[in-house]
Design a protein around this ligand. Sequence first.
Ligand code: ACO
Length: 325
Amino acid sequence: MVRGMILGTGRCLPQRVLTNAELEQRVDTSDEWITTRTGIRRRRIAGPGETTSHLAAEAARRALEMAGMSAEEIGLIVVGTISCEIAMPSCACLVQRELGARRAFAFDINAACCGFTYSLDLADRYVRADPDLKVLVIGAETLSSRTNWEDRNTCVLFGDGAGACVVGAGEGGAGVVASRLHADGELWQLLYMEAAPSMNPELARPDNPGPFIQMAGRDVFRHAVRSMAEVVGEVLDAAGVAADDLALVIPHQANIRIIHALADRLGLPADKVCVNVHEYGNTSAASVPIALDEANRAGRLAPGDLVLLCTFGAGLTWGAVLYRW
Ligand code: ACO
C-alpha cells in the first residue's frame, strides 16, 4: 500500500533570542510566572529579512538537502501559516519562487496551530492518489508580527520559526498510518485574530480590537487537553494500536502543562514526549515540524517506530497523525 512518507526534514529559527528576563522589562510579568504557567524560558523573534516565507524556504531547503532532492523535483508546496508577511499571494507561492521550484503548484492552509498536521494529512492523500508527486509540507510563522507587545496575557507565549518535510510515496509500511482532523467553528471567538480593517464601511467592525491574537486562555487550555486526548484515541483506534506502542509523541508546543496533562491521560512516560516549548515558545503551525526535525536529527527515530503528531489551535481545530518511521 502506498503511503505518504517523509523523505527529509528541516527547520529554520531566527537568530534573535528573546528571554523572559527581557519581557520583564516590557510588561508587568516575571520569569517565574512565565516559566511555571507555560514552561517557556525563551523564544526566537524574527529580525531583518527573516520573514515567514524566508524562514519557510530555508527550512524547506534543509529538508530537500536531507532528502537528496532538488527543488525542481517538487510538484506541490503546502504551507500551514497564519502570519505570512503578505496576505496575497500565498506564502507557498513566495517559497516556490525563493526555491526555484518551478514545477510546483502552491497554496497555504489556514488551520492556525494545526496548519502542519492538516497539511501533512493533505500531502498524504495527494501522494496516495499520485505516487509520483513530491510534496513540500511546511509550517512557518512570525507571530511576533501579530502580537500585541503590551498585552502580557499573550506576548509572553509566542515565537517565530519554520519547519518542513518532503513527502513522497512510500511502500513497505513506512509513512502515514492514520490521521484524524477536526474543527469546531462555534468556538472561533476563544482564539482569533482580526484581518486588516475593512475598507468597506458597511463591513467595518466598530469593535475591531486590531490585528492581534485574542485569546481566552483558560478555555483554550481546557479544550486543548480534552480534544487532543480524544483525537489521539481516535487515531490509535483507527490503526489498531495502543499508546504503549508509540515510540515518540510530538505534541503542539503551546504550554508545558497542556503537554504534561496529555501525557498523563495517555499514560506516556516523559522520555516518549518531545518538548522544546522552553526554547521556542508557541510557534503555532511551525511547532510540530520544528520538533520533528530536532528529533530526527538527534537520532530519536528508528525505522519502524510509531510516531504520533497531535495539535490544537484556533478554529478551534485539532488533529492527530500517526506515522510509521
Ligand atoms: N505575567 C504575569 N501575570 C499574568 C500574565 C503574565 N504574562 N498573563 C496573565 N497574567 C495574570 C492574569 O492577568 C491573571 O491575573 P488575575 O487573576 O489578577 O486576573 C492571572 O495571571 C491568572 O491568569 P490565568 O489566565 O488564569 O492563567 P492560566 O494559569 O490559565 O495561564 C495561559 C494562562 C498560560 C495563557 C494558559 O491559560 C494557557 O496556556 N492557555 C492555552 C493557550 C494556548 O495554548 N494557546 C494556543 C493556541 S495559539 C494559536 O492557535 C495561534
